[in-house]
Design a protein around this ligand. Structure first.
Ligand code: DX5
Ligand code: ZN
Length: 216
């Protein structure tokens, strides 16, 4: 049985106060801190890299769920491990050898996640699932916060959940109090949300609601 894990995306936070924003989210009940790493090549946006994770690490005990939207993810495994990342999630579309990469991530002491873009069929993930700690089914095109949730991606979550009842299945992009039930019903248990948490009047209530719906 999988448990609900709520992962606020710090992409929607005030980067100038990153450590405080992380602590605020944990105090409000977050399970994971979702860090969006973008290289301006795999996606048309540029955010942060291992040096920021390294600076942040001494300031938080939170689980750093690092989502690497980068080309050549192999290049960054050592740096993210040294920086103190807890989970290294690469994109299936960015590598030619996911199996070797998963082993490399584990050998460096991190959990391994694999992300799938909206147009990538889910069956490409099946062979890797027994080795993976988490699969991330993107519900927007990666690159930016604040986009609309794509409900069509829920079929992929359903198929994955049917085959892997114990797998952590993360959804990321446009999740909010309106669509959380659809995502939870499909079988997602790790919920990433940037805008809907950080822009809420009461972010803690949104985290609480997500957890309640996923746990039902
Ligand atoms: C998008 C990122 C997401 C993003 C989610 O490429 O992977 O994590 O921050 O933000 P919202 O919840 O605003 O769609
Ligand atoms: Zn993300």
């Amino acid at each position: 049985m999988v448990t609900a894990k709520i992962a606020p995306s710090l992409l929607s936070s005030d980067f100038a106060r990153l450590a405080d924003e992380c602590e605020r989210m944990l105090t409000l009940g977050a399970d994971y801190l979702h860090m969006d790493i973008m290289d301006g090549h795999f996606v048309p946006n540029l955010t942060l890299g291992a040096p920021i994770i390294k600076s942040l690490r001494p300031h938080t005990k939170g689980f750093l769920d690092c989502h690497l939207m980068v080309s050549n993810p192999e290049q960054w495994v050592d740096d993210f491990a040294d920086a103190g990342a807890d989970l290294f999630c690469f994109h299936y579309e960015a590598t030619n050898n996911a199996a070797v990469l998963i082993d490399k991530i584990h050998a460096k002491g991190m959990k391994a996640g694999m992300a799938i873009k909206p147009n990538t069929p889910i069956d490409v993930a099946f062979e890797f699932c027994p080795k993976l700690d988490q699969v991330l089914v993107m519900t927007v095109e990666p690159g930016f916060g604040g986009q609309a949730f794509m409900p069509d991606c829920m079929q992929k979550v359903r198929e994955l959940r049917k085959r892997f009842p114990d797998l952590d299945i993360e959804v990321d992009g446009g999740l909010d109090p309106e669509n959380i039930e659809v995502a939870a019903e499909a079988g997602a248990n790790v919920i990433v949300a940037g805008s809907s948490i950080f822009k809420a009047k009461s972010p803690g209530d949104v985290i609480l609601l997500f957890r309640k719906v996923v746990s039902e």
